[in-house]
Design a protein around this ligand. Structure first.
Ligand SMILES: [Zn+2]
Length: 301
């Protein structure tokens, strides 16, 4: 596909509109590029609400030529149209690296923040070690300073996290809940089910459609993520707190409207299965809520 055709069809690179669940975001509505002028820490709670209101108007500049692969309105990925329906792990790894190449064009500073990169990777390693599972491919955790409030699991073990996560979390357990959710997507290899939907041109809406499937996939990633946190020694209540926080700011951003149709579990109720799960887990003393390192980096970023 040539660049002109691609640009004519739509925005290239990171979409300002939520790309639904296809890239397995932690939250379907918060993959937003935002202006940086309002983002002082003092004004943060209000800023989150305001920015969500206006983020849709703040379109990123299309600057690259990549072939967007979409299933209806869902963005599946870039430059992967030739991937077979049942790709090998190696093909998935290569597909994931292509997505990182695109992300690096959008954000040339990707992974340049060594201290946050190391901190996030250490957390990911501890979660993965506690899982007792071996993913099909090595996990690679990337860190972007682009002001987006989300996280993404991409095919082939690639995960993109954002410095902005320090803004949207109050303590380490909340931050770890995001990383654990993305690792769960990789352990479940959720890309494949959506990729197969794309190959079959499955309907997005309606019962049994891709959106309904996505809600289940996201709920399963929440549950596995909470279990990973507990196994690795972090307090899974951090995930519950974060979902409640998202809901609070989500309602503000929607001017009081309580929820929306989404690729993710219903915002107001997203914490409920995790609360039920926590109620069944054996008591474990000393679960981590936060750490001096988290506080130090939150102050800095
Ligand atoms: Zn997710």
């Amino acid at each position: 596909m040539n660049c002109a055709a691609n640009h004519a069809r739509g925005r290239v690179g990171f979409s300002s509109r939520a790309p639904l669940a296809s890239r397995f975001c932690f939250d379907s509505q918060r993959r937003r590029r935002m202006t940086s002028s309002l983002t002082t820490k003092r004004r943060r709670p209000l800023v989150i609400g305001i920015l969500l209101l206006f983020a849709i108007a703040a379109a990123p500049q299309p600057a690259w030529c990549h072939d967007e692969v979409r299933l209806g309105r869902m963005l599946i990925g870039y430059d992967i149209a030739d991937l077979p329906a049942d790709p090998t792990p190696q093909q998935q790894i290569e597909a994931g690296r292509k997505q990182i190449d695109v992300a690096r064009e959008d954000d040339p500073g990707l992974d340049s923040n060594a201290e946050v990169h190391d901190y996030f990777n250490e957390i990911a390693s501890r979660l993965l070690a506690a899982s007792g599972q071996k993913p099909l491919f090595p996990l690679e955790v990337h860190v972007s300073s682009v002001p987006i409030n989300n996280a993404e699991a991409i095919p082939g073990g690639q995960i993109i996290l954002y410095e902005r996560m320090f803004d949207t979390t109050d303590d380490e357990s909340q931050l770890v809940s995001v990383i654990a959710h993305e690792i769960a997507h990789e352990l479940h290899n959720d890309f494949i089910s959506f990729w197969q939907d794309y190959k079959e041109n499955k309907d997005i809406d309606g019962p049994g459609g891709v959106l309904a499937e996505s809600v289940k996939v996201e709920g399963a990633a929440d549950e596995t993520g909470a279990r990973l946190m507990y196994a690795a020694g972090w307090d899974p209540n951090g995930m519950v707190e974060l979902f409640k926080r998202f809901h609070k700011f989500g309602v503000m951003a929607r001017r009081g409207r309580p929820d929306y149709r989404s690729s993710h579990p219903e915002e107001a109720k997203r914490s409920e299965p995790i609360e039920a799960l926590i109620g069944k887990l054996p008591r474990k003393d000393g679960l981590i809520k936060t750490s001096p390192r988290f506080d130090e980096l939150k102050q800095k970023y």
